[in-house]
Design a protein around this ligand. Structure first.
Ligand SMILES: NC(=O)c1ccc[n+]([C@@H]2O[C@H](COP(=O)([O-])OP(=O)(O)OC[C@H]3O[C@@H](n4cnc5c(N)ncnc54)[C@H](OP(=O)(O)O)[C@@H]3O)[C@@H](O)[C@H]2O)c1
Length: 283
């Protein structure tokens, strides 16, 4: 069955590859990026490989996720344009950067990797509820470190590695909680480490080497999005690193996220701090 799928951060890397694969398989794919020109050319590339009735409807949205106002604006556009949403892949992410702080004084990793998908998803829940069995796929990482709330609210600076790992744990903690919240609406939520050091721009900029192909990450995103194999999985963490070492393209399996992602008190504290930050931004 044709699915309507929105993939954030699909102007590059594994998000773009997944968009191409899903459109080629006949699904109605909506892409997203922060750069309008890059998005326009990706829409053309996706249309060129798309099959089925969805070809004419391939489209996209522009929003810089380091600005939560832009995220909210995009959510309003998506809600207006789409009749329903079957799959949301929260893939946009940032690791190393020359400008670590947003204009609001927050670390850009916490904003792009956690607060933006948190806000986008909450705003799109009405659309996801219109699907018969929607899926949300959140891009976690093997890098997950306990959150410093001083850093989270912008009162402490972190290095790139720590900021990235803390933002990814925040996303993973929220994912486990969201799965409980939306269970009654028949929406599945999976957090996924797509594989470590996949061959993408992010990894090249952060490490200058890679262990596995970008395709490995795109393949697991595609499967988590549409495969019947995952129809009944929710509130779980898929670890696409292989057990005997992270190198190679073999698929991983469901595993354990960082302990904080399974700790109700830690998750409650994250949501409390999240609401405080969001309120300070809207004040
Ligand atoms: N590659 C890996 O080994 C690996 C491992 C674990 C987890 N992940 C996660 O997988 C996801 C995709 O990573 P990737 O390796 O494919 O990275 P990538 O090639 O750098 O692609 C990242 C995507 O996110 C977009 N993006 C970045 N900052 C943004 C912002 N401020 N607003 C809107 N969009 C923004 C990028 O837009 P531009 O095209 O404009 O740059 C691009 O479309 C990320 O969440 C990453 O953390 C990757």
């Amino acid at each position: 069955m044709t699915k309507t799928i929105l993939i954030t951060g699909s102007t590059d890397g594994i998000g773009k590859l997944a968009a191409l694969k899903l459109a080629e398989a006949g699904h109605q794919v909506y892409v997203h990026g922060r750069n309008a020109d890059k998005l326009t050319s990706v829409i053309a590339e996706v249309k060129a490989v798309a099959t089925g009735a969805a070809v004419d409807n391939i489209n996209g949205f522009v929003a810089d996720f380091s600005d939560l106002n832009a995220v909210h604006k995009m959510a309003a556009e998506v809600n207006k344009k789409l009749p329903k949403l079957d799959v949301l892949i929260n893939n946009a992410g940032i690791n190393t950067t020359a400008s670590a702080m947003t204009k609001d004084g927050l670390d850009v990793r916490f904003v792009v990797n956690y607060l933006a998908p948190h806000e986008l998803t909450n705003a799109l829940l009405p659309l996801l509820k219109k699907s018969s069995k929607a899926r949300i796929v959140n891009l976690s990482s093997a890098a997950q470190d306990p959150i410093s709330y001083k850093a989270f609210v912008g009162q402490e600076r972190l290095d790139d590695k720590d900021a990235y790992a803390q933002s990814k744990l925040a996303l993973t903690m929220w994912s486990m909680d969201l799965a409980d919240t939306v269970a009654a609406d028949d929406i599945n939520v999976i957090a996924v480490n797509p594989g470590s050091l996949l061959n993408t721009k992010m990894v090249d900029e952060a490490y200058g080497e890679y262990w596995s192909s970008a395709d490995k990450g795109a393949n697991i995103l595609t499967e988590l999005a549409i495969s019947d194999e995952f129809a009944n999985d929710s509130g779980k963490y898929f670890d696409n690193d292989i057990k005997d070492g992270a190198h190679g393209d073999a698929r991983g399996e469901f595993g354990q996220p960082h302990a904080d992602a399974l700790d109700k008190e830690a998750i409650t504290e994250l949501e409390r701090q999240t609401q405080t930050v969001l309120q300070s931004l809207s004040a």
